[in-house]
Design a protein around this ligand. Structure first.
Ligand SMILES: NC(=O)c1ccc[n+]([C@@H]2O[C@H](COP(=O)([O-])OP(=O)(O)OC[C@H]3O[C@@H](n4cnc5c(N)ncnc54)[C@H](O)[C@@H]3O)[C@@H](O)[C@H]2O)c1
Length: 434
Protein backbone atom coordinates (compact mmCIF):
# COMPACT_ATOMS: atom_id res chain seq x y z
CA UNK A 1 0.00 0.00 0.00
CA UNK A 2 2.73 2.40 1.04
CA UNK A 3 4.58 1.74 -2.20
CA UNK A 4 1.48 2.42 -4.32
CA UNK A 5 0.78 5.58 -2.36
CA UNK A 6 4.35 6.76 -2.67
CA UNK A 7 4.71 5.79 -6.32
CA UNK A 8 1.73 7.96 -7.17
CA UNK A 9 3.86 10.87 -6.01
CA UNK A 10 6.99 9.96 -8.00
CA UNK A 11 6.88 10.55 -11.74
CA UNK A 12 9.77 12.64 -12.76
CA UNK A 13 13.38 11.84 -11.97
CA UNK A 14 16.76 13.29 -12.88
CA UNK A 15 20.00 11.33 -13.08
CA UNK A 16 23.11 13.44 -12.61
CA UNK A 17 26.32 11.96 -14.05
CA UNK A 18 25.73 9.78 -17.10
CA UNK A 19 28.56 7.26 -17.03
CA UNK A 20 28.76 3.55 -16.26
CA UNK A 21 26.37 3.98 -13.33
CA UNK A 22 24.10 6.86 -14.30
CA UNK A 23 23.32 6.05 -17.93
CA UNK A 24 22.08 2.46 -17.40
CA UNK A 25 20.10 3.72 -14.40
CA UNK A 26 18.46 6.50 -16.42
CA UNK A 27 17.57 4.10 -19.22
CA UNK A 28 16.16 1.56 -16.76
CA UNK A 29 14.04 4.25 -15.07
CA UNK A 30 12.66 5.26 -18.45
CA UNK A 31 11.80 1.62 -19.19
CA UNK A 32 9.95 1.53 -15.84
CA UNK A 33 7.82 4.47 -17.06
CA UNK A 34 9.44 7.27 -15.11
CA UNK A 35 9.83 10.58 -16.88
CA UNK A 36 13.63 10.94 -16.94
CA UNK A 37 16.05 13.83 -17.39
CA UNK A 38 19.76 13.08 -17.76
CA UNK A 39 22.23 15.73 -16.64
CA UNK A 40 25.98 15.71 -17.03
CA UNK A 41 28.63 18.38 -16.54
CA UNK A 42 30.44 17.35 -19.72
CA UNK A 43 29.13 19.07 -22.84
CA UNK A 44 30.95 16.51 -24.99
CA UNK A 45 29.14 13.68 -23.26
CA UNK A 46 25.76 15.38 -23.61
CA UNK A 47 26.42 16.00 -27.32
CA UNK A 48 27.24 12.32 -27.74
CA UNK A 49 24.09 11.29 -25.89
CA UNK A 50 21.95 13.65 -27.94
CA UNK A 51 23.34 11.92 -31.03
CA UNK A 52 22.43 8.62 -29.33
CA UNK A 53 26.06 7.55 -29.16
CA UNK A 54 26.83 5.66 -25.96
CA UNK A 55 29.80 7.07 -24.05
CA UNK A 56 30.21 3.79 -22.16
CA UNK A 57 31.08 0.28 -23.26
CA UNK A 58 27.70 -1.29 -22.49
CA UNK A 59 25.85 -3.12 -25.25
CA UNK A 60 22.47 -2.96 -23.56
CA UNK A 61 22.78 0.79 -22.95
CA UNK A 62 23.78 1.34 -26.60
CA UNK A 63 20.67 -0.45 -27.81
CA UNK A 64 18.29 1.32 -25.41
CA UNK A 65 19.87 4.67 -26.14
CA UNK A 66 18.82 4.48 -29.79
CA UNK A 67 15.13 4.58 -28.78
CA UNK A 68 15.25 6.74 -25.68
CA UNK A 69 13.17 9.87 -25.17
CA UNK A 70 15.28 11.02 -22.22
CA UNK A 71 16.14 14.70 -22.33
CA UNK A 72 19.93 15.08 -21.96
CA UNK A 73 21.35 18.38 -20.81
CA UNK A 74 24.13 20.16 -18.93
CA UNK A 75 21.53 22.45 -17.35
CA UNK A 76 21.04 21.72 -13.65
CA UNK A 77 18.03 24.05 -13.40
CA UNK A 78 16.03 21.29 -15.09
CA UNK A 79 15.93 19.43 -11.79
CA UNK A 80 13.57 22.07 -10.37
CA UNK A 81 10.42 20.02 -10.91
CA UNK A 82 11.70 16.47 -10.45
CA UNK A 83 10.52 14.24 -7.60
CA UNK A 84 13.85 12.46 -7.28
CA UNK A 85 17.38 13.46 -8.30
CA UNK A 86 20.06 10.79 -8.26
CA UNK A 87 23.76 11.67 -8.20
CA UNK A 88 26.07 9.22 -9.98
CA UNK A 89 29.30 11.19 -10.38
CA UNK A 90 32.85 9.85 -9.93
CA UNK A 91 34.54 9.52 -6.56
CA UNK A 92 38.20 8.97 -7.44
CA UNK A 93 41.34 9.27 -5.35
CA UNK A 94 44.05 11.89 -5.72
CA UNK A 95 47.57 11.01 -6.78
CA UNK A 96 48.46 10.44 -3.11
CA UNK A 97 45.47 8.03 -2.81
CA UNK A 98 43.46 10.39 -0.62
CA UNK A 99 39.74 10.48 -1.48
CA UNK A 100 38.65 13.19 -3.91
CA UNK A 101 35.15 14.16 -2.86
CA UNK A 102 35.13 17.46 -4.75
CA UNK A 103 33.06 16.14 -7.68
CA UNK A 104 30.30 14.59 -5.58
CA UNK A 105 30.32 17.71 -3.42
CA UNK A 106 29.89 20.11 -6.35
CA UNK A 107 27.31 17.93 -8.14
CA UNK A 108 25.29 17.71 -4.91
CA UNK A 109 25.30 21.47 -4.44
CA UNK A 110 24.49 22.19 -8.10
CA UNK A 111 21.55 19.81 -7.88
CA UNK A 112 20.21 20.56 -4.39
CA UNK A 113 19.93 24.30 -4.96
CA UNK A 114 17.41 23.78 -7.77
CA UNK A 115 15.32 21.06 -6.15
CA UNK A 116 11.76 21.78 -5.16
CA UNK A 117 10.65 21.40 -1.55
CA UNK A 118 10.25 17.81 -0.38
CA UNK A 119 12.03 16.32 -3.38
CA UNK A 120 14.29 13.34 -2.70
CA UNK A 121 18.02 13.59 -3.39
CA UNK A 122 19.81 10.24 -3.63
CA UNK A 123 23.56 9.70 -3.77
CA UNK A 124 24.54 6.55 -5.67
CA UNK A 125 28.24 7.41 -5.93
CA UNK A 126 30.51 5.35 -3.72
CA UNK A 127 31.41 7.28 -0.58
CA UNK A 128 32.86 6.40 2.80
CA UNK A 129 30.82 6.40 5.99
CA UNK A 130 30.32 9.93 7.22
CA UNK A 131 30.29 11.69 3.83
CA UNK A 132 26.52 12.23 3.84
CA UNK A 133 26.19 13.25 7.48
CA UNK A 134 29.42 15.17 7.88
CA UNK A 135 30.06 16.70 4.45
CA UNK A 136 27.09 16.68 2.07
CA UNK A 137 24.15 17.44 4.36
CA UNK A 138 25.91 20.36 6.08
CA UNK A 139 26.95 21.94 2.77
CA UNK A 140 23.50 21.45 1.24
CA UNK A 141 21.97 23.21 4.22
CA UNK A 142 24.58 25.93 4.20
CA UNK A 143 24.41 26.66 0.49
CA UNK A 144 20.68 26.24 -0.12
CA UNK A 145 17.66 27.28 1.85
CA UNK A 146 16.75 23.65 2.38
CA UNK A 147 16.68 21.65 5.60
CA UNK A 148 17.52 18.00 5.05
CA UNK A 149 15.00 15.73 6.75
CA UNK A 150 12.46 18.58 6.85
CA UNK A 151 11.90 20.09 3.41
CA UNK A 152 14.46 18.06 1.46
CA UNK A 153 14.62 14.27 1.62
CA UNK A 154 18.00 12.66 1.35
CA UNK A 155 19.11 9.04 0.91
CA UNK A 156 22.11 6.97 -0.10
CA UNK A 157 21.85 3.90 -2.29
CA UNK A 158 25.30 2.72 -3.40
CA UNK A 159 25.42 1.28 -6.90
CA UNK A 160 26.84 -2.22 -7.37
CA UNK A 161 26.84 -2.48 -11.16
CA UNK A 162 29.48 -4.75 -12.71
CA UNK A 163 29.98 -3.57 -16.31
CA UNK A 164 30.13 -6.43 -18.80
CA UNK A 165 28.30 -8.86 -16.49
CA UNK A 166 25.57 -10.60 -18.48
CA UNK A 167 23.77 -12.03 -15.46
CA UNK A 168 23.86 -9.21 -12.92
CA UNK A 169 22.91 -5.77 -14.17
CA UNK A 170 21.38 -2.53 -12.92
CA UNK A 171 17.89 -4.01 -13.12
CA UNK A 172 18.41 -7.06 -10.90
CA UNK A 173 21.20 -6.43 -8.39
CA UNK A 174 19.93 -6.19 -4.81
CA UNK A 175 20.35 -2.78 -3.20
CA UNK A 176 20.75 -1.28 0.24
CA UNK A 177 19.33 2.12 1.13
CA UNK A 178 20.00 4.42 4.04
CA UNK A 179 18.50 7.76 4.99
CA UNK A 180 18.31 10.12 7.92
CA UNK A 181 14.52 10.22 8.14
CA UNK A 182 11.80 7.59 7.99
CA UNK A 183 10.08 9.40 5.14
CA UNK A 184 13.21 9.56 2.98
CA UNK A 185 13.93 5.90 3.68
CA UNK A 186 10.39 4.90 2.69
CA UNK A 187 10.52 7.01 -0.47
CA UNK A 188 13.89 5.60 -1.53
CA UNK A 189 12.78 2.08 -0.70
CA UNK A 190 9.59 2.49 -2.72
CA UNK A 191 11.45 3.97 -5.68
CA UNK A 192 14.06 1.21 -5.89
CA UNK A 193 11.43 -1.48 -5.32
CA UNK A 194 9.66 -0.17 -8.39
CA UNK A 195 12.87 0.01 -10.37
CA UNK A 196 14.76 -3.12 -9.46
CA UNK A 197 13.89 -6.76 -9.65
CA UNK A 198 15.78 -7.67 -6.49
CA UNK A 199 15.84 -7.19 -2.73
CA UNK A 200 15.97 -3.66 -1.38
CA UNK A 201 17.33 -3.66 2.15
CA UNK A 202 16.74 -0.75 4.46
CA UNK A 203 19.82 0.12 6.53
CA UNK A 204 19.58 1.81 9.90
CA UNK A 205 21.50 4.91 8.84
CA UNK A 206 23.26 6.70 6.02
CA UNK A 207 26.57 5.63 7.53
CA UNK A 208 25.65 1.96 7.38
CA UNK A 209 24.61 2.22 3.74
CA UNK A 210 27.85 4.02 2.90
CA UNK A 211 29.89 1.41 4.73
CA UNK A 212 28.23 -1.52 2.94
CA UNK A 213 29.69 -0.57 -0.42
CA UNK A 214 33.21 0.04 0.88
CA UNK A 215 33.15 -3.23 2.80
CA UNK A 216 32.06 -5.21 -0.28
CA UNK A 217 34.86 -3.88 -2.41
CA UNK A 218 37.47 -4.06 0.33
CA UNK A 219 36.48 -7.67 0.93
CA UNK A 220 37.32 -8.41 -2.69
CA UNK A 221 40.55 -6.42 -2.58
CA UNK A 222 41.70 -8.25 0.55
CA UNK A 223 40.87 -11.69 -0.86
CA UNK A 224 42.71 -10.93 -4.08
CA UNK A 225 45.69 -9.66 -2.11
CA UNK A 226 45.68 -12.89 -0.11
CA UNK A 227 45.88 -15.08 -3.23
CA UNK A 228 48.45 -12.74 -4.78
CA UNK A 229 50.57 -13.23 -1.68
CA UNK A 230 50.04 -16.98 -1.91
CA UNK A 231 51.11 -16.86 -5.58
CA UNK A 232 54.38 -15.17 -4.62
CA UNK A 233 55.00 -17.59 -1.77
CA UNK A 234 53.97 -20.75 -3.65
CA UNK A 235 56.13 -19.92 -6.65
CA UNK A 236 59.11 -20.20 -4.29
CA UNK A 237 57.71 -23.39 -2.78
CA UNK A 238 57.02 -25.07 -6.13
CA UNK A 239 53.27 -25.24 -5.55
CA UNK A 240 50.75 -24.31 -8.24
CA UNK A 241 48.49 -21.79 -6.50
CA UNK A 242 45.63 -22.06 -9.00
CA UNK A 243 45.43 -25.82 -8.49
CA UNK A 244 45.37 -25.24 -4.74
CA UNK A 245 42.61 -22.62 -4.98
CA UNK A 246 40.55 -24.91 -7.20
CA UNK A 247 41.14 -27.70 -4.68
CA UNK A 248 40.06 -25.52 -1.76
CA UNK A 249 36.98 -24.45 -3.74
CA UNK A 250 35.67 -28.04 -3.61
CA UNK A 251 34.81 -27.31 0.02
CA UNK A 252 31.09 -26.62 -0.21
CA UNK A 253 31.07 -23.93 2.48
CA UNK A 254 33.23 -21.14 3.92
CA UNK A 255 35.61 -20.81 0.97
CA UNK A 256 35.24 -18.46 -1.96
CA UNK A 257 37.80 -18.77 -4.76
CA UNK A 258 39.73 -15.69 -5.83
CA UNK A 259 42.61 -15.84 -8.29
CA UNK A 260 45.98 -14.10 -8.47
CA UNK A 261 47.04 -11.79 -11.28
CA UNK A 262 49.00 -8.80 -12.48
CA UNK A 263 46.82 -6.39 -10.52
CA UNK A 264 43.41 -5.05 -9.63
CA UNK A 265 41.77 -2.34 -11.73
CA UNK A 266 38.56 -0.46 -12.36
CA UNK A 267 36.86 2.44 -10.74
CA UNK A 268 35.96 0.59 -7.53
CA UNK A 269 38.22 -2.05 -5.99
CA UNK A 270 41.55 -0.22 -6.19
CA UNK A 271 39.90 3.03 -5.09
CA UNK A 272 37.14 2.44 -2.55
CA UNK A 273 39.28 0.95 0.26
CA UNK A 274 41.25 4.20 0.44
CA UNK A 275 38.02 6.03 1.35
CA UNK A 276 37.58 3.98 4.52
CA UNK A 277 41.32 3.86 5.28
CA UNK A 278 41.41 7.67 5.23
CA UNK A 279 38.17 8.19 7.14
CA UNK A 280 39.20 5.75 9.88
CA UNK A 281 42.68 7.31 10.02
CA UNK A 282 41.12 10.75 10.53
CA UNK A 283 39.08 9.27 13.35
CA UNK A 284 42.00 7.58 15.11
CA UNK A 285 42.04 4.08 13.62
CA UNK A 286 44.62 2.59 11.24
CA UNK A 287 43.30 -0.09 8.86
CA UNK A 288 46.49 -2.17 8.61
CA UNK A 289 44.83 -5.12 6.90
CA UNK A 290 43.17 -3.04 4.18
CA UNK A 291 46.30 -0.96 3.67
CA UNK A 292 48.44 -4.07 3.26
CA UNK A 293 45.98 -5.49 0.73
CA UNK A 294 46.23 -2.29 -1.28
CA UNK A 295 50.04 -2.40 -1.08
CA UNK A 296 50.21 -6.03 -2.26
CA UNK A 297 47.78 -5.53 -5.13
CA UNK A 298 49.43 -2.26 -6.20
CA UNK A 299 52.77 -4.07 -6.36
CA UNK A 300 51.64 -6.89 -8.68
CA UNK A 301 52.66 -5.22 -11.97
CA UNK A 302 56.18 -4.71 -10.54
CA UNK A 303 56.24 -8.31 -9.29
CA UNK A 304 55.29 -9.67 -12.73
CA UNK A 305 57.98 -7.59 -14.40
CA UNK A 306 60.50 -8.84 -11.87
CA UNK A 307 59.62 -12.39 -12.94
CA UNK A 308 60.42 -11.42 -16.53
CA UNK A 309 63.73 -9.85 -15.48
CA UNK A 310 64.73 -12.95 -13.54
CA UNK A 311 63.91 -15.12 -16.55
CA UNK A 312 65.87 -12.84 -18.90
CA UNK A 313 68.84 -13.16 -16.58
CA UNK A 314 68.41 -16.92 -16.43
CA UNK A 315 68.44 -17.08 -20.21
CA UNK A 316 71.51 -14.76 -20.24
CA UNK A 317 69.57 -12.21 -22.25
CA UNK A 318 70.47 -9.16 -20.16
CA UNK A 319 67.88 -6.77 -18.82
CA UNK A 320 64.78 -5.06 -20.22
CA UNK A 321 66.70 -2.11 -21.69
CA UNK A 322 66.04 -2.04 -25.43
CA UNK A 323 63.95 -5.23 -25.34
CA UNK A 324 60.86 -5.30 -27.52
CA UNK A 325 58.02 -6.00 -25.13
CA UNK A 326 54.41 -6.39 -26.23
CA UNK A 327 51.70 -5.81 -23.65
CA UNK A 328 48.43 -7.51 -24.57
CA UNK A 329 45.39 -5.93 -22.99
CA UNK A 330 44.81 -2.40 -21.75
CA UNK A 331 41.40 -2.87 -20.11
CA UNK A 332 41.27 -3.62 -16.43
CA UNK A 333 39.10 -6.67 -16.96
CA UNK A 334 38.30 -9.11 -19.77
CA UNK A 335 35.94 -8.35 -22.63
CA UNK A 336 35.29 -4.76 -21.59
CA UNK A 337 36.76 -1.58 -23.05
CA UNK A 338 37.43 0.22 -19.77
CA UNK A 339 40.96 1.26 -18.84
CA UNK A 340 40.24 3.00 -15.56
CA UNK A 341 42.93 2.16 -12.97
CA UNK A 342 44.02 -0.68 -15.22
CA UNK A 343 47.14 -2.50 -14.01
CA UNK A 344 48.21 -2.58 -17.67
CA UNK A 345 48.89 1.17 -17.44
CA UNK A 346 51.23 0.68 -14.50
CA UNK A 347 52.87 -2.31 -16.18
CA UNK A 348 53.60 -0.27 -19.30
CA UNK A 349 54.96 2.60 -17.22
CA UNK A 350 57.37 0.34 -15.35
CA UNK A 351 58.52 -1.37 -18.55
CA UNK A 352 59.20 1.99 -20.18
CA UNK A 353 61.08 3.22 -17.11
CA UNK A 354 63.28 0.16 -17.44
CA UNK A 355 64.05 1.09 -21.05
CA UNK A 356 61.89 -1.51 -22.81
CA UNK A 357 60.44 -0.68 -26.24
CA UNK A 358 56.78 -1.26 -25.54
CA UNK A 359 54.11 -2.15 -28.10
CA UNK A 360 50.53 -2.53 -26.94
CA UNK A 361 47.47 -4.20 -28.37
CA UNK A 362 43.92 -4.40 -27.09
CA UNK A 363 41.01 -5.15 -29.43
CA UNK A 364 38.95 -2.57 -27.49
CA UNK A 365 41.46 0.27 -27.88
CA UNK A 366 43.04 0.41 -31.30
CA UNK A 367 44.50 3.80 -32.19
CA UNK A 368 47.63 5.42 -33.57
CA UNK A 369 49.63 4.59 -30.45
CA UNK A 370 48.87 0.85 -30.50
CA UNK A 371 49.39 -2.09 -32.85
CA UNK A 372 46.44 -2.64 -35.16
CA UNK A 373 46.24 -6.39 -34.78
CA UNK A 374 47.49 -9.19 -32.58
CA UNK A 375 49.73 -10.41 -35.39
CA UNK A 376 51.31 -7.00 -35.76
CA UNK A 377 51.78 -6.75 -31.98
CA UNK A 378 53.48 -10.15 -31.81
CA UNK A 379 55.59 -9.78 -34.93
CA UNK A 380 58.85 -8.63 -33.38
CA UNK A 381 58.13 -9.14 -29.68
CA UNK A 382 60.93 -10.57 -27.56
CA UNK A 383 58.75 -10.58 -24.46
CA UNK A 384 54.95 -10.73 -24.28
CA UNK A 385 53.06 -9.64 -21.17
CA UNK A 386 49.40 -10.60 -21.09
CA UNK A 387 47.67 -8.05 -18.87
CA UNK A 388 44.00 -8.71 -19.71
CA UNK A 389 42.36 -12.06 -20.37
CA UNK A 390 40.23 -10.91 -23.30
CA UNK A 391 38.53 -13.79 -25.10
CA UNK A 392 40.40 -12.82 -28.28
CA UNK A 393 43.71 -13.54 -26.53
CA UNK A 394 42.60 -16.85 -25.07
CA UNK A 395 41.30 -17.94 -28.48
CA UNK A 396 44.65 -16.99 -29.98
CA UNK A 397 46.60 -18.50 -27.06
CA UNK A 398 48.67 -20.88 -29.16
CA UNK A 399 49.73 -18.05 -31.48
CA UNK A 400 50.80 -16.00 -28.48
CA UNK A 401 52.73 -18.84 -26.88
CA UNK A 402 54.30 -19.91 -30.17
CA UNK A 403 55.21 -16.38 -31.21
CA UNK A 404 58.89 -15.54 -31.53
CA UNK A 405 58.92 -14.09 -28.01
CA UNK A 406 61.43 -15.70 -25.70
CA UNK A 407 59.25 -15.09 -22.66
CA UNK A 408 55.47 -15.02 -22.30
CA UNK A 409 54.47 -13.50 -18.99
CA UNK A 410 50.82 -14.43 -18.51
CA UNK A 411 49.62 -11.95 -15.91
CA UNK A 412 46.20 -13.59 -15.82
CA UNK A 413 47.12 -17.30 -15.91
CA UNK A 414 44.75 -17.34 -18.88
CA UNK A 415 46.95 -19.35 -21.25
CA UNK A 416 48.21 -21.80 -18.67
CA UNK A 417 46.46 -24.89 -20.00
CA UNK A 418 47.60 -24.13 -23.54
CA UNK A 419 51.16 -23.47 -22.39
CA UNK A 420 51.16 -26.69 -20.39
CA UNK A 421 50.07 -28.75 -23.38
CA UNK A 422 52.88 -27.54 -25.56
CA UNK A 423 55.34 -27.52 -22.65
CA UNK A 424 56.65 -24.08 -23.47
CA UNK A 425 59.65 -23.31 -21.27
CA UNK A 426 59.37 -19.54 -21.36
CA UNK A 427 55.81 -19.37 -20.07
CA UNK A 428 55.53 -17.51 -16.76
CA UNK A 429 52.28 -17.32 -14.85
CA UNK A 430 51.39 -15.73 -11.52
CA UNK A 431 51.93 -18.52 -9.02
CA UNK A 432 51.78 -21.22 -11.71
CA UNK A 433 54.60 -22.81 -13.66
CA UNK A 434 54.48 -24.76 -16.92
N1 LIG B 1 31.82 1.88 -12.91
C1 LIG B 1 31.43 0.98 -12.04
O1 LIG B 1 31.51 -0.21 -12.31
C2 LIG B 1 30.82 1.37 -10.72
C3 LIG B 1 30.13 0.41 -9.99
C4 LIG B 1 29.55 0.75 -8.80
C5 LIG B 1 29.71 2.03 -8.31
N2 LIG B 1 30.41 2.96 -9.00
C6 LIG B 1 30.52 4.31 -8.44
O2 LIG B 1 29.56 5.14 -9.09
C7 LIG B 1 30.07 6.47 -9.24
C8 LIG B 1 30.07 6.86 -10.70
O3 LIG B 1 30.94 6.00 -11.40
P1 LIG B 1 30.89 5.80 -12.96
O4 LIG B 1 31.67 4.57 -13.23
O5 LIG B 1 29.51 5.90 -13.48
O6 LIG B 1 31.70 7.09 -13.45
P2 LIG B 1 31.88 7.58 -14.95
O7 LIG B 1 33.18 8.28 -15.00
O8 LIG B 1 31.61 6.47 -15.90
O9 LIG B 1 30.70 8.64 -15.15
C9 LIG B 1 30.57 9.77 -14.36
C10 LIG B 1 29.84 10.84 -15.13
O10 LIG B 1 29.69 11.96 -14.26
C11 LIG B 1 29.92 13.16 -15.02
N3 LIG B 1 30.29 14.22 -14.12
C12 LIG B 1 31.50 14.50 -13.58
N4 LIG B 1 31.41 15.56 -12.76
C13 LIG B 1 30.12 15.96 -12.78
C14 LIG B 1 29.41 16.99 -12.13
N5 LIG B 1 30.00 17.81 -11.27
N6 LIG B 1 28.10 17.10 -12.39
C15 LIG B 1 27.47 16.27 -13.26
N7 LIG B 1 28.10 15.29 -13.90
C16 LIG B 1 29.40 15.12 -13.66
C17 LIG B 1 31.01 12.75 -15.99
O11 LIG B 1 31.07 13.63 -17.09
C18 LIG B 1 30.58 11.34 -16.36
O12 LIG B 1 29.69 11.36 -17.44
C19 LIG B 1 31.45 6.45 -8.58
O13 LIG B 1 31.33 6.82 -7.26
C20 LIG B 1 31.85 4.99 -8.67
O14 LIG B 1 32.78 4.64 -7.67
C21 LIG B 1 30.96 2.66 -10.22
Amino acid sequence: MLIIYIMDKINKIAVIGLGYVGLPLALLAEEKKFDVIGIDASEGRIDQLKKRISPIDDKDASVRLKKTKIKFSTDFTLVRDVDIAIICVPTPVHEDKKPDLSIVESATISTAKHLRENALLIIESTINPGVCDELLIPIIEEQTKLKVGKNLHFAHCPERINPGDQKWHVGNINRVVGANSEEALDLAYAFYSQLIDGEIKKMASLKEAEAVKIVENSFRDINIAFVNELAMSFSKLGINVVNVINGAATKPFAFMPHFPGIGVGGHCIPVDPYYLIEYAHNNGFEHRFMSLAREINENMPAYCIELVETELEKQKLGDLKGKKVTVLGLSYKPNVGDMRESPATKTIKILKEKGAEVTTFDPYFVDKSTAKSLDEALRSAEVVVLATAHKEFIDAGENIINSGAKIVMDGRNALYSQAKNINNKVYLGVGVTS
